[in-house]
Design a binder for this molecule. Structure first.
Ligand code: SF4
Length: 178
C-alpha cells in the first residue's frame, strides 16, 4: 500500500513547496511510492484522515492556521516542520517586534497607493495572532527540516527516510542558511 502524504502551506511564501518541485524527475519516482492526499499542488479542499506523513510549510500566523494545525495533528501520524518559517518563525515572524495594528497601518495605510483597504475590516479574512509562532509551539512536531528553503536534496533525503519508516536525522551539514 502506498504511503499517504500531505503537504500544507500556512504562513510562508511557498518557497519550500517550490523547492519540493525542484525534485524534478525524482517526483516521478516519488509518485510510485505515495498517494498525495492533500496539497496546494492538488485541488483537494478538505484535510483527510489517516495521513501517514505531512510536510507543513510556514509559521502559525492567524487563527485559521492555528485551528488547521490541530486538524493536521489529529489526522496525521508524522508531522514534519518543513522549512525555517515552520521551524522557527523566520521571515514570517519578522513582524513580531511590532504590534498588529502598527504593521497593518503601515502596510495597508502608509504604503497604499490609493484608498486604503485594510484586511482587518473584513470578517472573511482570518484574524492575525499577536505574534507568528513556529509550528511546534502549537502542536507536537515529529521532525524538523531546516532551510529557507530546504534544498531538493534535503527534501529527498527526508522523504526517503520517512517512507522507510524512520524519522530523518540531519547532520550539521544540512544546517545552513542561504
Ligand atoms: Fe519561504 Fe523561506 Fe519561509 Fe520557506 S522558509 S516559506 S522559502 S521564507
Amino acid at each position: 500500500m502506498k504511503t499517504r502524504v500531505a503537504t500544507v502551506w500556512l504562513g510562508g511564501c511557498s518557497g519550500c513547496h517550490m523547492s519540493f518541485l525542484d525534485l524534478d524527475k525524482r517526483l516521478i519516482e516519488l509518485a510510485d511510492k505515495i498517494d498525495l492526499v492533500y496539497s496546494p499542488f492538488a485541488d483537494i479542499k478538505t484535510y483527510p484522515g489517516n495521513v501517514d506523513v505531512v510536510l507543513v510549510e510556514g509559521a502559525i500566523t492567524n487563527e485559521e492556521n492555528e485551528e488547521f494545525a490541530h486538524v493536521i495533528r489529529k489526522n496525521s501520524r508524522i508531522v514534519l516542520s518543513f522549512g525555517d518559517c515552520a521551524v522557527s518563525g523566520n521571515v514570517t515572524a519578522l513582524r513580531n517586534t511590532h504590534g498588529i495594528k502598527e504593521v497593518i497601518d503601515h502596510v495597508y495605510g502608509d504604503l497604499a497607493d490609493g484608498r486604503p483597504v485594510r484586511p482587518d475590516e473584513y470578517s472573511t479574512v482570518a484574524k492575525l495572532l499577536p505574534t507568528a509562532r513556529p509550528l511546534h509551539e502549537i502542536i507536537k512536531v515529529d521532525a524538523f527540516l531546516h532551510g529557507c528553503p530546504p534544498t531538493a536534496d534535503e527534501i529527498w533525503f527526508a522523504m526517503n527516510e520517512l517512507l522507510a519508516g524512520r524519522i530523518p536525522q540531519f547532520s550539521t551539514v544540512f544546517l545552513r542558511y542561504g
